[in-house]
Design a protein around this ligand. Sequence first.
Ligand SMILES: Nc1ncnc2c1ncn2[C@@H]1O[C@H](COP(=O)(O)OP(=O)(O)O)[C@@H](O)[C@H]1O
Ligand SMILES: [Mg+2]
Length: 374
Amino acid sequence: MNTDTLLSLASAFALEGDIAEIRPLGEGFINDTFIVRTASADTPDYILQRKNSSIFADVPAMMENIRKVTAHIRGKVIAEGGNPMREVMTIVPLRDNAAKYVHTDAEGGCWTVSVFISDTIAYDRADTPALARMGGLGIGRFQAQLADFTDTLTPTIPGFHDIAFRFGQWDASLKADAAGRATSVAAEIEAIESRRARMLEYHELVRTGVIPARVTHNDTKINNILFGKDGRVLCVIDLDTVMSAPVHNDFGDAIRTYANTGAEDDSDLSRVGLSMPMFEAYADGYLSCQAPILTKPELDYLAFSAIYITYEQVLRFLMDYIDGDKYYKTKDAEHNLRRTRAQLRLLESMEENYPAMTEAIARIAHKYRTEITQ
Ligand SMILES: Nc1ncnc2c1ncn2[C@@H]1O[C@H](COP(=O)(O)OP(=O)(O)O)[C@@H](O)[C@H]1O
Ligand SMILES: [Mg+2]
């Protein structure tokens, strides 16, 4: 992408100051990201992004979700005397239409701009309990700031973490057996089937509202949290996937990734398992913000959410293997099966640790909130 093109794309937005340079930033997995430097120190720098429209079908709806959520958080930051230019993402509208946040280029690419938050520390992965705690704090604070959010959000990824929806796809996959692989993975299929009823029990609590929908981030990687130079959480970025869902989706997925002692596709299953120190550290950061807010059913199912989300991932990897590797990028013909087995080992490890996990959640919640009755 040449400089003139980038310059004209950036100029479509209501930027302050004159653009001095635009260059690519990092290597995001999803979007193409550029930094726009302005000439004066008095004007902010910006992040220019081409959103991945093969993942996000409706970018304007996604930006409307982000606008609502960031406006809500901004109100909280201001009320608490914080800095709204650093403690929340600020998206920038088009120069000629203050109500629009997406610029479409000649090829149909969708571009957006937000204010660049400078002087931050970012981490690529959380590999110590101290960092896991900061990750939990980042997402916990984000969810707490949105605890009284009542506006509606568009479900930008329909069926996300909805196990009943997944079972619909799963049953069809097994029936079709498109790649002729089903009989070779009978044991893994049985691992899914034997837990189906338990997963549907939880799903029923969500469907009936016993477990409420709140605002979830849905991409809780630690590199989506910006930290100040003092090491404190500034804000959560990469809000492309914010949706209305149970808080469990974020908690469970974070535990699945942060607290696995092996890799997601580890071929050596002896390396895979749940790290209780990482689990407790993440839970401690998370509950330091969220314990006073969550209802009893939400707290009671927090440990289970790690099992639920990991189970869903086993199902999705196995289903893609059965389908003939249509969805996930694979390195070889057995990659989805390796992923299935590694995530299944993690799931079993969580099940073994489940009593310890529930004890830890109760203990930590109690630390941050003495009375849990409702
Ligand atoms: N507003 C911002 N301020 C500072 N850095 C940012 C900002 N937005 C994005 N970044 C940087 O760009 C990277 C990629 O952006 P992100 O929105 O996370 O895209 P992706 O979906 O591709 O991960 C982030 O990990 C972060 O380092
Ligand atoms: Mg990101």
